[in-house]
Design a binder for this molecule. Structure first.
Ligand SMILES: Nc1ncnc2c1ncn2[C@@H]1O[C@H](COP(=O)(O)OP(=O)(O)O)[C@@H](O)[C@H]1O
Ligand SMILES: [Mg+2]
Length: 328
């Protein structure tokens, strides 16, 4: 059985998504045929270096696409076709079914609105009447571990720390009980001690509301802490996809192996090695595997067209030499 086989209606189903920027601006597509599925109630990671296409992929689930881009493929949220939706349908989907949490919580708030107004506006937009919304604010803050909601509700964003604001964003995002939550580097802007706290609150609230989550991060270990499966992206393609434990035990793609080796670990004998070279920019394209120029295992097999994603052992992997890469 394929590891993505499941319910007939997925929380998120992306099939063969290809996004090319408006003509002449890039040498390769931003996304070159991405397939990704998040089952209902499941947490899935999307991992890769900066510029690999993670944010473009997650924003596509909200119907937010780069201006003038040529887009083909399919994006379904709860079975609804996002790429075919009109503005009104998209508004409806964004206020009821899908919520996004961004890296910088300050970008999502109006600096001159108190926390109470921010929460009430969100609740009203998703169909709650104002009186009920006002009554729910305090319990929303309590649900994300804020101990003194009465005080915090009267505060302005600049009076709150990044971690506190991100908790408020999590509370707001889940207040409409969306079936899908998109979290794009939600803790990257926070300091390390706050990061773990915010991730655990996010994971707990997601479980409470039974939402599915696409968790976007450049940090494999962070994804491993809460994700059941992980997709690894490189230069606009998914290059590997496995259940989390399998990915760590037997990474098949040389890029995944390099990412794992570049993570500091408290293990005897573990030497940290940066991924060699640099990521392919949008102005560069390669005839074969896009990772080949950085790959220690590349040979002539790797230049004959981009390797398709195929099943090898427990993995979906896009590498012609994947069979040889079974042991870490
Ligand atoms: N609206 C846009 N216009 C032009 N280029 C874009 C746009 N959005 C993303 N890109 C480019 O697409 C590539 C992938 O971006 P992104 O998805 O943000 O990467 P990631 O989130 O993995 O760091 C990057 O090279 C980025 O500069
Ligand atoms: Mg990003």
């Amino acid at each position: 059985m394929s590891i993505t086989e499941a319910s007939p209606v997925e929380a998120l189903s992306i099939q063969n998504l290809r996004i090319e920027l408006a003509s002449g601006r890039a040498a390769r597509p931003v996304l070159a045929g991405v397939d990704l599925v998040v089952h209902k109630g499941e947490t899935v990671g999307l991992v890769g270096e900066s510029g690999s296409g993670k944010s473009v992929t997650s924003r596509a689930a909200l119907g937010m696409l780069p201006d003038g881009a040529k887009v083909t493929g399919q994006v379904l949220v709860d079975g609804q076709d996002i790429l075919a939706a009109d503005k009104k349908q998209l508004r409806q989907i964004r206020s009821h079914q899908v919520a996004m949490i961004y890296q910088d919580p300050r970008s999502g708030v109006n600096p001159v609105r108190r926390v109470r107004q921010f929460l009430v506006e969100g609740l009203v937009a998703s169909g709650t009447d104002k009186k009920t919304a006002l009554a729910r604010c305090a319990s929303l803050l309590e649900s994300v571990g804020i101990r003194d909601p009465a005080t915090v509700l009267e505060q302005y964003p600049h009076q709150l720390s990044g971690g506190m604001l991100q908790r408020i964003m999590i509370a707001a995002a889940l207040s409409s009980e969306p079936s899908l939550l998109l979290a794009d580097e939600p803790t990257t802007a926070l300091d390390v001690t706050t990061q773990a706290e915010v991730v655990s609150i996010l994971d707990r609230r997601r479980a409470d509301t039974n939402a599915a989550m696409l968790f976007v991060t450049h940090d494999l270990d962070l994804a491993a802490a809460i994700c059941e499966r992980i997709y690894v992206m490189y230069a606009g393609r998914v290059v590997e996809h496995q259940r989390t434990a399998d990915l760590f035990a037997a990474p098949r793609h040389p890029y995944t192996r390099a990412l794992l080796a570049s993570t500091p670990r408290i293990e005897p004998g573990h030497a940290v090695e940066a991924v060699p070279g640099r990521a392919l920019s949008l102005d560069e394209s390669t005839p074969g595997c896009s990772f080949a120029p950085r790959c220690a295992h590349a040979d002539e097999l790797c230049t004959g067209g981009p390797p398709p994603l195929r099943q090898v052992g427990a993995a979906d992997v896009a590498c012609v030499r994947a069979e040889e890469m079974s042991v870490r």
